[in-house]
Design a binder for this molecule. Structure first.
Ligand SMILES: [Zn+2]
Length: 52
């Protein structure tokens, strides 16, 4: 099986989700699940969305 990669929604860093689940930060925004490399990226992404 190939390792599953996800990308941080903010900085586009690759996150190997199978290797270490703690490496990725998941959060729900408007009922949709987003994956980030860290909590800081999640906070910045939320602020970017609000600024629209
Ligand atoms: Zn990131």
């Amino acid at each position: 099986m190939k390792p599953k990669f996800v990308r941080c929604e903010f900085c586009k860093a690759e996150i190997q989700s199978d290797a270490c689940k703690l490496a990725a930060y998941k959060t729900m925004i408007d009922g949709k699940e987003y994956v980030f490399c860290c909590v800081k990226c999640a906070e910045r992404y939320k602020q970017k969305e609000k600024a629209k």
